[in-house]
Design a binder for this molecule. Structure first.
Ligand SMILES: Nc1nc2c(ncn2[C@@H]2O[C@H](COP(=O)(O)OP(=O)(O)OP(=O)(O)O)[C@@H](O)[C@H]2O)c(=O)[nH]1
Length: 555
């Protein structure tokens, strides 16, 4: 396929800015994501949560930070979006829910490295750089990291925050694509690869792992990673890897598999992919310590282990897969499979709103040529458009059901007639439009109704997406407010309980004080020595009864 001049122009610009590539590190807290990120970049870019020192840059002159770490999730305290705040690793655990951060770096590769690192793609052809006909020397690398997974009592919030973030990156590209006038400075931040760090339990996958990987795989190529692999003996590691892969098969988790196509792939690619498939899940050992030779090592009581040693860690292989052999493959799969599916679903849903609106207008015998924006506005005001109903296909699940909160279950309730109706009519409407366009060449005329429907879609999409984001933020705020109200209520109850306890104590003390005065009175005025001896035997319970009756009874 020949490239148009404008496409070539855009590619040249991309080349100048660097090829955008995003990797997401997800996993429970403490699984070694930060150490791994620093090892991946061979540079102390990221501070650890427990370390108060900001890392001294750079260990690696080829890595330049273009945009420092910032919070990109909508995570708020007092209703102020935290993405305006700078990220502070030592305070991350104080935030509710989880935090997602993004750091953009420019990785320079000299021509030799560009040849070896980013040249061989899965189909044996040359990759990103050479396919574009220019020598690549820059990758605009966006590293996204999650913080705080597994720290909350209820981890359901994590799923929502991560998928909302990934979805938002897709939406931004979709909105940009449908604009008549595109922004030449638009930055594509869609995630190409998600590395999911599995805790080294030695057993297999947990429900959280299965659910998280399933959700991630709708938006990115997911690679499961065995974290802190030095926790195992050789045999234990082999067993753990096997258990993980068995669970992935059993629960139908659509991770990225290094599959081969004997008809398409050359022998070398087939052998490489087969070896990588056998190695999956990659087991990594990470460290922030360097030995005197400048190599990253983990120093144990019994000696040092080099983290690049392929005998003990798959880190080197993984690096090569990410930046070398599968660089282009990951980009292509995300764009051509994951994003395209998402886009088709999204546009279908928007098309349906338009179709419904036009139907409603024609039923009311009004002009059906209303502009899309007003269609959209009326959808919102009439409540026909429910932003929270994402119609993207859910992957088939055999997972044991994970409890979802009430709002979720309402949103995703298959029995919900509105959602089902919307979904069915979207498909019908969309198929109809596509069929009409395919079957009738005349329909491609500038004035045809299908053409105008498509134009309406492209005009409507950015507004729909923007509205959805506003609604999502509003929902998030409401959730946070509800959470604060619950916490406040709990605190009030605790304080009331404490106050009651204090009151009781005060009463007891006063009683005891009165009892003390009574006994001293008795000892002072009583002539009978027995009475004064009996007085200290008054029990605590008795002290609560009427002092006068005790005194009169015993006197
Ligand atoms: N034994 C072992 N320890 C590791 C490994 N990688 C990291 N660690 C240690 O594990 C601890 C946590 O590592 P981090 O890299 O901060 O973990 P993280 O996943 O980024 O943690 P959060 O920032 O809380 O999400 C640190 O003490 C690391 O030195 C590893 O491969 N093996």
């Amino acid at each position: 396929m020949s490239s148009s001049p404008s496409l070539i122009h855009r590619r040249r610009k991309d080349h100048r800015r660097g090829i955008a590539y995003s990797v997401l590190l997800v996993g429970n807290t403490g699984t070694g994501k930060t150490a791994f990120a620093n090892n991946l970049l061979e540079s102390a870019v990221f501070p650890h949560r427990y370390s108060l020192e900001t890392p001294q840059l750079p260990g690696n002159p080829r890595v330049q930070i273009v945009k420092p770490t910032k919070v990109v999730s909508y995570n708020s305290k007092n209703g102020i979006p935290s993405h305006v705040a700078q990220f502070d690793a030592s305070r991350e655990h104080l935030e509710p829910g989880i935090t997602i951060t993004s750091t953009t770096m420019e990785i320079s590769t000299n021509s030799e490295e560009a040849g070896s690192r980013a040249s061989v793609s899965s189909d044996g052809s040359s990759s990103a750089a050479t396919q574009q006909g220019v020598a690549t020397d820059k990758i605009l690398f966006n590293l996204v990291k999650t913080h705080g997974i597994g720290e909350n009592l209820d981890n359901r919030m994590c799923f929502k925050e991560i998928t909302a973030f990934l979805e938002q990156q897709f939406d931004q590209v979709l909105a940009e694509e449908t604009k008549i006038q595109r922004n030449p400075r638009f930055e594509d931040t869609r995630v190409h690869v998600a590395l999911y760090f599995i805790e080294p339990t030695g057993h297999g996958l947990r429900e959280l792992d299965v659910e998280m990987m399933k959700r991630l795989s709708r938006y990115a190529n997911v690679l499961p990673i065995v974290a802190r692999a030095d926790s195992f003996t050789r045999e234990e590691l082999a067993n753990f890897k096997k258990n993980i892969m068995d669970d992935i098969e059993r629960y139908n988790v659509p991770i990225y598999k290094f599959e081969v196509d004997p008809e398409e792939d050359d022998v070398e690619t087939i052998e490489e992919n087969q070896a990588l498939a056998l190695l999956q899940p990659f087991a990594v050992v990470a460290s922030d310590t360097k030995n005197s030779d400048g190599e990253y090592v983990r120093s144990y009581l019994w000696g040092d282990a080099k983290i690049d040693d392929t005998e003990i860690s798959d880190l080197g292989v993984l690096k090569n897969v990410l930046f070398g052999s599968h660089f282009q493959e990951f980009k292509d799969t995300m764009q051509n499979v994951l994003y395209e599916n998402y886009r088709a679903e999204r546009l279908s849903s928007v098309a349906e709103w338009d179709v419904d609106q036009q139907k409603a207008v024609s039923e009311n015998k009004r002009d059906s040529g209303a502009p899309s924006l007003s269609n959209f506005a009326s959808l919102i005001t009439t409540g026909q458009f429910k932003s929270s109903t994402s119609l993207a296909l859910r992957p088939q699940s055999e997972t044991p059901p994970v409890a979802v909160d009430a709002k979720d279950s309402v949103m995703e309730d298959p029995a919900s007639p509105t959602l089902r109706q919307i979904s069915q009519s979207i498909r019908r409407g969309n198929e109809e439009i596509i069929n009409n366009i395919k079957n009738s060449p005349r329909a491609e005329g500038p004035g045809s109704p299908d053409r105008s429907k498509l134009r309406n879609i492209s005009e409507t999409v950015p507004y729909v997406l923007k509205h959805e984001r506003i609604i999502a933020k509003q929902q998030k705020l409401e959730e946070l407010e509800a959470q604060s109200a619950r916490e406040l209520q709990k605190r009030i109850q605790e304080l009331e309980k404490k106050a009651a306890e204090l009151k009781l104590r005060e009463k007891l003390l006063r009683q005891r004080h009165l009892d003390g005065s009574a006994s001293s009175l008795r000892s002072r005025y009583s002539t009978d020595s027995n009475i004064s001896q009996a007085a200290p035997q008054i029990k605590k319970e008795e002290s609560r009864t009427d002092l006068a009756s005790i005194v009169s009874g015993k006197a």
